[in-house]
Design a protein. Structure first.
Lengths: 285, 264
């Protein structure tokens, strides 16, 4: 029986290796057509003219992720502090349920809501070439979508800070908020960072919601209200009808995305490891 | 005095920001409920609902045994070392890979290499890989909550290791495992990108899993993207949201049962 369970566990490794290999080998032949520098830094994406430069999409993905992360971190960490330190435990339960629900809402519903609510609002306020479908709309939607991830991870690591820290700080005459900002957040740092990195991964990988609100023009955005296209959207929109070199170019796009995500995941494991080491030390005290 | 004043400002700012989180949720829920309420046309939604059911049953049918088996290996048999670290890294990586890349892989592997074509089966195979990490993690957590003394007792009575796992450990971990399965169901119901690329978009009653079919999420995506009918889209969104709400309530129900049995 042990062998069967062992096999189940081994499937995890097989799946990820197989998938990585398939995407990399699907994308590599493309570099016989366009070299990697032209691919990454080329500013024109025109499949019919066989021009494959993903720079506009790459920069959009980076802008979108950074924007969403900044908003998500500010709102997320504040919400987590309120949950852990301020609200009475009965209210916290309801609040927690709300956050679970926020995490469970399918991305296509976020996208649909963004398309029918947020995009018209942006159009009315600032206009823009995409009539509201814009980088700003994408950032807005993404920041809501990564909130539950950041809140949960921050909440868990704030709760993991040993009570002695609080007693010590308050005993020395610190106010509640001096304790939260100068002691508790510092002690929970690695866990919070892990949450942020997880959020970054989610924002970078989100596809359908972004397609619905961003306008999907493969241009470098000059302002927040320009229509844009992310790396993920590029694959999802064109994969259906692509063939030949075009399909290979999309696989190469997937490869870039895969490598970015793996780098982020590597960072994440480092943060989690250091968080575990910290909590290990704390329990020894 | 000054610290107190500062604390009051911080307090107010924090509360206001956290209200944004709740406000957004209420805004989304309220909007979909209000707009969707009069627009539900169940007859038109039958094909997507059937396709979604197929997807959930086949996807979990593949993923649940593998995920639970892997968790049993990690928690009951493994003694650490390089292989276990490899599995953990693989699980974390699988959880981090965006769904669009699963779709890309599924399209290349199940559609092109295995020649399954756009079909519910291709979609279910692809999505089963996506829910594996959730199942492994929740099952492992559930197995960890079963006290070691249960296992020792069973082994001391002469039961074999496998009998201990199947008769003692698994029944006690069942509520936790069920939570994982429900979470997996939610993930499958809500997934769009991976299914869109592998199961296709055929709008008709799927006769068998070998045919293409569109799930509720894909249906909503297409309605919204192509602007065919926003009325139908609102109705579909509401149904989708209700399914997610019910699944969420279900996990709470299991959770509270679990807590009660622990208090005993």
């Amino acid at each position: 029986m042990k062998m069967i369970f062992w096999l189940c566990a081994a499937i995890m490794i097989i799946v990820i290796t197989f998938m990585g290999a398939y995407i990399v080998f699907g994308g590599l032949p493309f570099f016989g057509h366009t070299n990697i520098i032209d691919f990454l830094l080329g500013k024109k994406w025109n499949p019919t003219g066989e021009k494959f430069g993903i720079f506009p999409m790459l920069i959009t993905s980076i802008y979108g992720t950074i924007g969403a992360t900044i908003i998500g971190v500010i709102v997320g960490i504040s919400t987590a502090i309120v949950l852990v330190e301020i609200l009475p435990s009965k209210v916290t339960k309801v609040f927690s349920a709300a956050i679970d629900l926020l995490a469970g809402i399918p991305s296509v519903i976020y996208g649909f809501w963004g398309l029918t609510v947020i995009v018209p609002i942006i159009d009315k306020l600032w206009g823009g070439k995409g009539a509201g479908s814009s980088l700003l709309a994408a950032i807005f939607i993404l920041s809501i979508m990564i909130l539950p991830t950041i809140i949960r991870m921050t909440e868990v690591s704030l709760r993991a800070v040993p009570n002695e820290y609080k007693e010590g700080a308050l005993g020395l005459g610190a106010s509640k908020f001096q304790y939260i900002f100068k002691v508790q957040l510092g002690a929970a740092k690695s866990g919070i960072m892990a949450g942020i990195v997880l959020g970054i991964g989610r924002a970078l990988g989100e596809t359908m919601a972004v397609i619905l609100v961003s306008g999907n023009a493969a241009i470098i955005p000059k302002s927040l209200v320009d229509p844009v296209r992310t790396l993920t959207a590029n694959i999802a929109i064109e994969m259906g009808y692509a063939s030949g070199v075009h399909q290979q170019a999309l696989f190469a796009t997937g490869m870039v995305l895969f490598i970015l995500i793996m780098l982020i995941n590597f960072l994440l494991t480092q943060f989690i490891r250091s968080a575990e080491r910290r909590s290990g030390n704390a329990s020894k005290i | 005095m000054q610290v107190k004043y500062k604390d009051k400002i911080t307090f107010t700012v924090l509360i206001c920001i956290s209200l944004i989180t709740i406000g957004m949720l209420l805004w989304i829920l309220g909007y979909i409920f209000l707009k969707g309420f009069g627009n539900i046309d169940l007859v038109k939604l039958v094909p997507p609902i059937i396709a979604t059911l197929y997807m959930v049953v086949i996807g979990l049918g593949i993923a649940a045994p593998i995920g639970i088996g892997a968790a049993i290996y990690l928690n009951e048999y493994a003694k650490g070392g390089r292989f276990v670290r490899g599995i953990r890294f693989a699980t974390e990586s699988l959880a981090a890979v965006p769904s669009i890349l699963f779709g890309l892989f599924g399209m290349m592997f199940f559609l092109t290499s295995l020649k399954l074509g756009f079909s519910i089966l291709s979609g279910a195979l692809t999505i089963s890989m996506m829910v594996l990490p959730t199942l492994v993690k929740t099952t492992e957590e559930a197995l960890k909550t079963v006290p070691v003394s249960y296992r020792e007792g069973s082994l001391a009575l002469g039961a074999s290791k496998f009998a201990t796992i199947s008769r003692v450990v698994l029944p006690n971990a069942l509520p936790g495992i069920l939570t994982g399965v429900v979470l997996g169901t939610g993930r499958i119901v809500g997934e769009t990108a991976a299914i869109y690329l592998t199961a296709g978009t055929m709008y008709r009653l799927p006769a068998s899993p070998l045919e293409s079919g569109r799930t509720l999420s894909v249906h909503l995506y297409l309605l919204a993207k192509e602007g065919i009918s926003f009325e139908e889209a609102y109705g579909t969104a509401l149904i989708l949201l209700l399914v997610i709400l019910i699944l969420n309530l279900f996990t709470y129900f299991i959770g509270s049962k679990l807590n009660k049995s622990r208090v005993k």
